[in-house]
Ligand binder design. Structure first.
Ligand SMILES: [Zn+2]
Ligand SMILES: [Zn+2]
Length: 258
């Protein structure tokens, strides 16, 4: 699928207050989030995405005194990619001295409200990265704003995804692939709290990762594992408990991968 760009005219961007510095190439891309609260209502209403990007541009130009929105591109939950400064132009969002090294790509999630990037937003960010490589001579690095700069940005959820190499959601799976026989049930429910550790946890996490879920394979069953189990149970019509019991364990292998 080709990138779905939202040109500046389409989102009502203001003209820049000065001229951009040209960039021939970068080492790669840094990923950002908004830092504040993002209204979860944007997921159902693209007009709100447009309004949010405009308000970010206003705060960058009027509050920070920048010539334009600081980001190269911005990605919304609808797999649309807003043109900020665009390729070959120095961004402003990475921090002093760091902008020439990487383009800046924003995902429209925040520190509260909408914090979990929807799959289509991750696809959009991936589209943006590939576009900047092709059109802006970006190198292969994919980093978070917090790499080399003291900030929470891009938030734990996006940062984890970045650290995993920014994979396309479900990218290594063919839709509708049948499952496979489950390994023997370990004989204990995997649940949180408190955090449970073990090879059984690691094995289940690895399987969920294989199924396309964003999950750390660290052998510790904490909030992230519980959230994945909950979402998986909901998807498969199992009792929604967040506990990997025998039925959920079995389904984690044997249920078709959709
Ligand atoms: Zn940032
Ligand atoms: Zn949108």
């Amino acid at each position: 699928m080709a990138i779905d760009l939202v040109p500046r005219k389409e989102w009502g961007a203001r003209s820049p207050k000065g001229s951009y510095s040209r960039l021939d190439s970068t080492k790669g891309v840094k990923i950002h989030y908004t830092g504040g609260r993002v209204d979860p209502g944007i997921v159902d209403d693209h007009d709100r995405c447009v309004a949010l990007v405009r308000s970010i541009q206003n705060s960058h130009m009027d509050g920070n005194g920048w010539i334009d929105i600081g980001y190269s591109l911005a990605c919304c939950p609808h797999r649309k990619v807003f043109v900020g400064r665009g390729p070959h132009r120095l961004p402003a969002a990475n921090g002093p001295g760091l902008n020439a090294g990487h383009y800046a790509v924003l995902g429209l999630v925040g520190s509260s409200g909408l914090v979990e990037p929807p799959d289509d937003m991750l696809h959009g960010i991936r589209d943006a990265i590939e576009y900047l490589r092709k059109e802006g001579n970006a190198g292969n690095e994919i980093k978070g704003h917090r790499d080399g700069y003291a900030t929470e940005c891009p938030g734990d959820r996006l940062y984890r995804w970045v650290r995993d190499g920014a994979p396309r959601p479900g990218g290594n799976q063919q839709p509708g692939r049948p499952g496979e026989p489950a390994p023997p049930w370990p004989g204990r429910d995997l649940k949180y709290p408190p955090i449970m550790r073990g090879d059984d946890v690691r094995r289940w996490q690895a399987r969920m990762r294989e199924r396309g879920w964003i999950i750390d394979v660290d052998g510790a069953y904490g909030p992230q594992s519980r959230d994945v189990a909950t979402a998986f149970q909901r998807e498969k019509g199992l009792p929604v408990t967040g506990v990997v019991d025998e039925a959920t364990w079995k389904a984690s292998w044997e249920a078709p991968i959709t």
